[in-house]
Design a protein around this ligand. Sequence first.
Ligand code: DP6
Length: 394
Amino acid sequence: MAHKKNGEKESKKWVLMATARSPTNIAVIKYWGKRDETLILPVNGSISVTLEPSHLSATTTVAVSPSFDRDRMWLNGKEILLSGGRYQSCLREIRRRAEDVKDEERGICIKREDWEGLHVHIASFNNFPTAAGLASSAAGFACLGNVTLFMCSFCPCKLMNVKEETTELSSIARQGSGSACRSLYGGFVKWAMGNKEDGSDSIAVQLANETHWEDLVILIAVVCSRQKETSSTTGMRESVETSSLLQYRSQVVVPRRLIQMEEAIQKRDFPSFAKLTCADSNQFHSVCLDTSPPIFYMNDTSHRHVQLCFLIYCIYVHGEIRLIIGLVERWNQFEGTPQVAYTYDAGPNAVLIAPNRKVARLLLQRMLFYFPPPSEKELDSYVLGDTSILQEAG
Ligand code: DP6
């Protein structure tokens, strides 16, 4: 147990805390399928863009104290169960790597062997706009779960003085949630599939930093919906077991696309970037349909109300989100070259990427035209948390 410098047993009153903020990432070449479920090793590599933390991120505080009798965790103020599962394996991995920690001012010294007997409390909040009774939309936003899992690795690492060597962090974060390891870096990040059995080469690497392609604007249309019916973990397990398209995708299509995408990013070649992004999103959803039983992540979205989040600017629109793909495809066809890219993860939220602010503004105008803001009555019902309008629409 932790001791005061003078060797006395430390009272049960002290608490040590660490806080950190992590951004979310959006995959442009998707990770879907594991070859090892325990170590979380993917069947193919993936590439993502990390969002500005001030726009969409999770802030997590982890506290340790001898007065805590068990590990506990709160997400946006609500306690969640930590028994078994990934959170525990993350914490186990971190405790195993923990070092001595000293707080000179308060005379606290925790020896590395003490960590096994100390429990943590973790509180994580996301900064996603949860206005107008749409708080549940944040819970439905797939990436935030990953951010939180990532933070569950990162914050305790910080607190327990785990060496911030990126390969180590990558492997701990990956064991929380695969895609989470890509949040280790800003800019464009590749999660290499790796070949080794122990997963030591399945790590995240930065392809280009956040200043490399500063003009890009990412616009997220968040659908107010229930939490997705099939989690990514379950969905990808079923795809691995049943989809022959996934085998073709992971062995033939993605290796080629990873090279093309890296090149498009290095050259800031938006048309190629957009084509690959849309194609990969569409193929990922085709794999979902090719899964038995089929998974319909995008169909979930029809006739639901949509919340648009443009950087820190937030407006509400509603309509059929499937129209967004049509809108972008028609626009790109009309111009003869891709103006905007879209990508959908394992949920109904559309992520739209524009090459610059000028096109982003046009896109926003079009979105507002097709999905005009809700009426006063609808807004009132959001504020009052009345979801009957959504149910009627659904
Ligand atoms: C569709 O990382 O959530 O968002 O490793 O089982 O936790 P687990 O899955 P998760 O899967 C994300 C899948 C995706 C695509 C992506 O982000 O690459």
